[in-house]
Each structure stands twice: as structure tokens, then as C-alpha cells.
Design a protein around this ligand. Structure first.
Ligand code: ZN
Length: 344
């Protein structure tokens, strides 16, 4: 039997050296096995070759049966693995598949994020209000960064005039609700995350219940009423709010959280701007890449807050003037008479 085993190992090695495919090498071993089995059956007892092969055909049958079992098991295992979808692979073996580790490798080697920070990103639940200019890059980068659960609420459909700046949507999404167009782009970018699209306007009757499912809110809406509602709900829920706005050539961003002694949105903007002072994108126009700059900053602030690293924009407002290439940061404080957060 040792002789046959040695021959089998030799054939396998020869196949390897000649770079034969595995199936061809298995076929060679199968032929060898059939030849040996036939010899033990055909040759009379006591024949020197039969003795050299190990004697009884029954022993060889058992060997063949065991080999068939191992082969069948390996084949079945391989087939089962091919059924596991990439998003489910993430839940196998210690929570992270090799693919997911490789995908996030550049975060994991960053000292300020590392494995623990990336795990926090995966466990985080972030709600983005608006899938327009600011929402587009924010959603794309949150998805790419591996934020595990991303909610997005918006009641608009994609229009031709959005595409100059709302880069998450494409020409073939025109007419589609923005949240579904965004969901499609995000899950294509990263199948390891879960996206929850809410194709409706954020209203007071659902806000509290919706916010309760999330740890962090990003507000990039251009609707003043919604901005105040988002702020009030986030303050009540005690969760941080990353709020940004853009107009023509200028953008601003800050992080509001009175539960950590930072101001809320209403501390800084107690009253809505008078009509005509804050023109909408449709009225005043907006530079295409500007929401890209500010929306990506929203994603940056979100990642820092979740990973618990660096200095965030709590108590500061960053203003970017694209026309003159200027950035400045101003201090913002809580107001003791704020109608939203003063009684916290
Ligand atoms: Zn306040």
C-alpha cells in the first residue's frame, strides 16, 4: 500500500510541476486507484504484485469509499460557501470577512481609527436628512467608509437640473425617488452596509420615533422648517446633529449637541432668515462642486464623532468661501435663552 501511496504522491507532484489543472490530477489518481483495485480483484491470491499492492480488494474499496466521502464533503462545503452573499459573509468568522477587512484596510491602518474605530463605524446608525446636494457626497462617503446602517429621508424625485451637483444620482435615475436612487448607488458601492430609504417628508408626527433608531443625524436639507424640526428632535433625543448649508459660492458646517454643552441650531440661528436673504439653489444658483466639499466635510465630522477621535466642530462653525478660496472658523456658543435647549 505504501508503494501505491508513494506513486500517488509522485503523480500529484508531477502534475503540480507540469501545472496541470486539479481536475486532471484527480483523474490521474482515479485511474491509478481503478488499476490497483482491478489488480487486487483479477490477480490470484499470493501473486507478488497483488501482495505488493497490499492484498485484499476490500481494503482498497474502503480506501476508495473514504476518499469519495472526503471529496463529496469538500465539494458540498464549496457549494454552500458560494451561496453565502457578500453582506452575509460579513457575519461569518469573527464578524469580518477577509473581503471586508481588505476593503477597510486604509482606515484600519490609520492610528486614529484602527480596528476598534472601524468596528464602531460598522455598528453605527446614521440618519441623513435630504438626498440632494449635501446628502449626495455625505451618503456616498458614509457608505464607502462602512457605516453599518444608513437611513435617508427625502420626498423628492431626481430631476434633470439636480444632476449638475447631486452626484449620487445619474441620468437614468431621473423621475425616480431620490432615496431609492441613493440606495441603489450606495449598495452598489458597498454591499456590506444596510440602507434604509424613507421616501417621504420628515414631519413632526414621525420625527421622534424615527430619530430613536439612530445615533447621529446629518442635516443637509434646504428647507428652513425642516431644519428647525430636525434640531428640536435631535435635542430632545440627545443625539449630535451635523448641520450644513450652502448658497451660491459659500458653505457652512457645524456640529450641534447641547447635551455635550455645544450649542444647538436654534442657539446660532434663533430665527429663520428673512425672505429674500437666503435664496434657494433654484433662485440664486449654486456652484456644482460646493455641496461636494461641504457634504464630504459632513461625512468627515460623522466619522470622527463615531470613531471618537480628533477635534470636531462642536462650538465652532466652519465657513468656506469658494469664490475667494477662503476658509474661516468662528466660535458659536449656547444661548441661555434658547427656546429649544435652554431648559435642558
Ligand atoms: Zn439651543
Amino acid at each position: 500500500m505504501a508503494l501505491v501511496l508513494a506513486l500517488a504522491v509522485f503523480l500529484w507532484g508531477l502534475g503540480h510541476v507540469l501545472k496541470m489543472p486539479t481536475s486532471a490530477r484527480i483523474l490521474m489518481l482515479g485511474l491509478l486507484y481503478i488499476a490497483v483495485l482491478a489488480a487486487t480483484i483479477v490477480l490470484p491470491i499470493g501473486h507478488p504484485l497483488r501482495e505488493a499492492l497490499g492484498g485484499s480488494s476490500m481494503e482498497w474499496l474502503v480506501v476508495g469509499l473514504l476518499a469519495a466521502l472526503v471529496w463529496g464533503y469538500a465539494k458540498g462545503l464549496k457549494r454552500l460557501r458560494s451561496y453565502v452573499r457578500p453582506e452575509n459573509k460579513a457575519q461569518t468568522a469573527n464578524g469580518d470577512s477577509q473581503t471586508e477587512l481588505e476593503r477597510n484596510a486604509r482606515h484600519i491602518v490609520l492610528r486614529e481609527i484602527g480596528g476598534p474605530g472601524q468596528k464602531r463605524l460598522k455598528e453605527a446608525r446614521v440618519l441623513v436628512i435630504g438626498a440632494g446636494g449635501l446628502g449626495s457626497p455625505a451618503l456616498q462617503y458614509l457608505a464607502a467608509a462602512g457605516v453599518g446602517t444608513i437611513g435617508v429621508i427625502d420626498d423628492d424625485v431626481v430631476e434633470n437640473s439636480n444632476l449638475q451637483r447631486q452626484v449620487i444620482h445619474t441620468d437614468d435615475s431621473i423621475g425616480l425617488p431620490k432615496v431609492f436612487s441613493a440606495e441603489r448607488a450606495m449598495t452598489r458601492q458597498n454591499p456590506f452596509i444596510s440602507v434604509r430609504p424613507y421616501n417621504r417628508r420628515l414631519t413632526a408626527d414621525i420625527a421622534d420615533k424615527l430619530f430613536a433608531d439612530y445615533d447621529l443625524i446629518l442635516d443637509g436639507t434646504d428647507d428652513v422648517e425642516t431644519r428647525y424640526l430636525v434640531n428640536e428632535t435631535a435635542v430632545r433625543a440627545g443625539i449630535p446633529l451635523i448641520s450644513a448649508a450652502i448658497s451660491q459660492w459659500e458653505g457652512q458646517i457645524s456640529v450641534f449637541d447641547p447635551s455635550r454643552d455645544a450649542p444647538c441650531y436654534a442657539c446660532v440661528f434663533p430665527n429663520p432668515a428673512a425672505d429674500g436673504l437666503a435664496p434657494s439653489c433654484a433662485e440664486g444658483g449654486v456652484l456644482g462642486p460646493l455641496p461636494g466639499v461641504i457634504g464630504a466635510m459632513m461625512a468627515v465630522e460623522a466619522i470622527k464623532l463615531i470613531a471618537g477621535t480628533g477635534e470636531n466642530l462642536m462650538g465652532r462653525m466652519l465657513i468656506y468661501d469658494a469664490l475667494y478660496s477662503e476658509t474661516r472658523s468662528i466660535g458659536v456658543k449656547r444661548r441661555s435663552d434658547c427656546r429649544v435647549c435652554s431648559n435642558l
